[in-house]
Ligand binder design. Structure first.
Ligand code: ARG
Length: 462
């Protein structure tokens, strides 16, 4: 036997088509899950009376020999091998003879490949969750290493309000928490077995789909075979989740690259995660984080790639769908690397506390000065306007906000009093932001606990 489908063909496949059609460089990594699913399918065929018990056992043992060959690097591809499914069946035939020819009864590579993909994805999601957790733990570690340290918080890249350093770094941790939740939700939603859908119409041989579902650890069955064989939404979801997680790391990288610049000098990225310049001897470039930003773009390209591929296909299976694996595996591999390098940067990051705190400037208290007037009964809009006038006066006289004499403040608003002097300490001001999610030490402790609990839950999923 050469091809799986050669019976009605009168000449050989053109070599360029054979080359384009061959997905082995990409899908070989499915060899083990393909074998797992085939073993269960053989059992279902046996239960349906298509295979005898001894044929089933010969096929199952043969499949284990095929697995051994893959693991030992003994599999050699033949020009007629199209994909991982072809190789497994061809090798099984070489090893156990004609009985192997019965395995594919009622099955199509259409339902086989998505079953394999789902089995692969379940494991991939488990791995990603643990890698996301490692980054989350690195973030938690930084928040705990620098408690009570303050920094300027930025909006529009302009100094906005004083915040705790831990508040800023944990903000990135909460994005990761959502990423984990998205992958967990996908793991639950996609875990329905397509096997038994055949090429398009289902299976006429009474294979017990519920039996296969249980054996392969699925929570349910796909309910429409035509939908099942053409559905790649679970692949798109996976790549979208990967894209979003990478986007979050790209934004964290951007923060860190800015903070590591000489102008900011808030953090120092370890030498282990920087490279030098071939021309300028003094340079220390944050290449690790630039690569994170770059890889994130590569992962988005997988998302647009898969969307463009699927959108043009008519319903059910079309060969275009074979590209799903290239996009999916690239997104997975690159996300894993991106997360690991980010974790490394965070675990070795030094924070320049003095420099960061020295960048807190009194103008960043303007909002709290407005709240000072609000507490004395002035409507916020009015208070905002009055403090705007104080800021203008300070700027005209080249003074800091806190240096404007009380008499001048009182000309702007008579409710200013000596107690305005208390609205000057950044640490004390931060403690007033004691709402859930706020920047007070107390709030941050709660945020830390939420993330720590969450990361414990993820750890249990290993
Ligand atoms: N290698 C193929 C893929 O990944 C398997 C399905 C092939 N089906 C077919 N009818 N030719 O999409």
């Amino acid at each position: 036997m050469s091809k799986l489908w050669g019976g009605r063909f009168s000449c050989d496949t053109s070599s360029i088509l054979a080359e384009l059609n061959c997905s082995l460089p990409v899908d070989s990594r499915l060899f083990a899950v393909d074998i797992d699913a085939s073993k269960v399918y053989a059992e279902a065929l046996s239960k349906a009376g298509i295979l005898t018990a001894s044929e089933c056992s010969a096929i199952q043992k043969g499949l284990e020999l095929v697995r051994y060959d893959w693991i030992e690097g003994l599999i050699e591809f033949k020009p007629t091998d199209e994909d991982v499914h072809t190789v497994n069946e061809r090798r099984l035939t070489e090893l156990i003879g004609d009985i192997a020819q019965k395995l594919h009864t009622g099955r199509s590579r259409n339902d086989q490949v998505i079953t394999d993909m789902k089995l692969w994805m379940r494991k991939a999601i488990r791995e990603i969750l643990q890698t996301l957790r490692m980054v989350m733990e690195a973030i938690i570690g930084l928040a705990e290493k620098y408690p009570n340290v303050m920094m300027p918080g930025y909006t529009h890249m302009q100094r906005a309000q004083p915040v705790h350093f831990a508040h800023w770094i944990l903000s990135h941790g909460f994005a990761l928490k959502e990423d984990c939740a998205r992958f967990i939700e996908l793991k639950d939603r996609m875990n329905v077995l397509p096997l038994g859908s055949g090429a398009i119409a289902g299976n006429p041989l009474n294979v017990d789909r519920v039996f296969m579902q249980k054996e392969l650890g699925f929570d349910g069955l796909t309910q429409n075979s035509m939908h099942a064989v053409g559905d790649r939404d679970f692949v798109i979801d996976f790549i979208y989740n990967a894209s979003l997680a990478s986007l979050h790391m790209s934004r964290l990288s951007e923060d860190l690259i800015i903070f590591a610049s000489r102008e900011f000098n808030f953090v120092r990225i370890s030498d282990a995660f920087c490279t030098g310049s071939s021309l300028m001897p003094q340079k220390r470039n944050p290449d690790s984080l630039e690569l994170v930003r770059g890889i994130s773009g590569e992962i988005f390209s997988c998302l647009t790639g898969i969307m463009m591929t699927v959108k043009g296909t008519p319903s059910t299976y079309n060969k275009d769908l074979q590209f799903d694996k290239k996009y999916c595996f690239t997104a997975f591999d690159q996300l894993e690397k991106l997360l690991k390098v980010t974790e490394g940067v965070l675990r070795t990051l030094d924070v320049n506390i003095d420099r960061m705190e020295s960048c807190l400037s009194p103008d960043m208290l303007a909002t709290d000065w407005s709240y000072y007037l609000v507490r004395k009964g002035i409507p916020f809009r009015k208070a905002h306007h009055l403090i705007g006038q104080v800021v203008q006066l300070a700027e005209e006289r080249n003074l800091e906000l806190t240096e404007v004499p009380l008499e001048d403040l009182q000309t702007i608003c008579p409710l200013f009093d000596i107690d305005i002097g208390k609205v000057a300490n950044f640490h004390q001001i931060a403690e007033t932001y004691n709402v859930i999610g706020g920047t007070s030490s107390n709030s941050i402790e709660k945020q830390l606990n939420v993330l720590k609990d969450f990361s414990c839950q993820i750890k249990k999923l290993q």
